[in-house]
Design a protein around this ligand. Structure first.
Ligand code: FMN
Length: 218
């Protein structure tokens, strides 16, 4: 269910497909957000198109700056984190995330991975606390968020027990990376069979639309 308990809920809408009108994930995130806005008149929506405007990959300067304590950061180091800071601020400011993420080579697009690398930031979205839990010393710093992922794929059969299930590195990566930050309430809406087209694709789109309508109406 999508209803937020906040009086002024803030939704962050991200599209990761490099495609425009032909993108299924892009079309369905738009439909999701338009439907959600109708039931949340006080809501604000922030949009970021990382498919058409890619986020740069992290660099050596970025890594050096991100792992330097803030009080020791030199001015030129701060500039390496400028966009990452903006992305983290935007991520933390939202209550709900709607993200369109295509499957590329069994995982997410490299652009979406670059987005993840930029928002998984020590002391901003997670903390390193080895004393608390030496087995898994990463403490989440993000709480109370809901995430909806429209995951598009060319093939089908990725559900548990189906022929491609063991090739799905898209949903486990998203669950693990955002889960490490504390975003564990994640609903996946899948659109499959783009490479087959025809009725198989139409059925999958219809099923995704039904799932979106049910999520919005609850
Ligand atoms: C570079 C590339 C790699 C892809 N790799 C896979 C893949 O590993 N498995 C799959 O099922 N579909 C794969 N696809 C198909 C896309 O997941 C599919 O076209 C999907 O609909 C893309 O999302 P979009 O419609 O939002 O653009 C790939 C497509 C491209 C362009």
């Amino acid at each position: 269910m999508v209803n937020s308990t906040c009086a002024f809920p803030r939704l962050l809408h991200i599209d990761a497909s490099p495609r425009g009108d032909r993108s299924h994930s892009r079309r369905l995130t738009r439909e999701f957000v338009e439907a959600w806005k109708k039931t949340h008149s006080t809501a604000t929506v922030t949009y970021r198109d990382i498919g058409r405007n890619p986020i740069p990959h992290v660099t050596e300067d970025w890594i050096a700056a991100a792992f330097t304590p803030s009080e020791k950061l030199l001015h030129q180091m701060q500039s390496a984190l400028h966009l990452s800071d903006e992305l983290v601020d935007e991520f933390l400011a939202a209550d709900i995330y709607v993200m369109g993420v295509p499957m590329y080579n069994w995982s997410v697009t490299s652009g979406f991975k670059a987005y993840i690398d930029n928002i998984v930031r020590i002391n901003r979205t997670w903390a390193y606390i080895p004393d608390e839990n030496p087995e898994f010393p990463y403490k989440p710093l993000v709480h109370g968020k809901k995430m909806f992922v429209i995951a598009s794929r060319g093939d089908g059969g990725f559900a548990p027990g189906e022929r491609n299930h063991q090739r799905d590195f898209q949903t486990p990566l998203i669950k693990e990376a955002f889960g490490m930050l504390g975003v564990t309430d994640i609903t996946f809406i899948t659109v499959e069979n783009d490479e087959y087209g025809g009725q198989k694709l139409a059925d999958s789109i219809a099923s995704a639309r039904t799932q979106i309508a049910e999520l919005i109406s609850v």
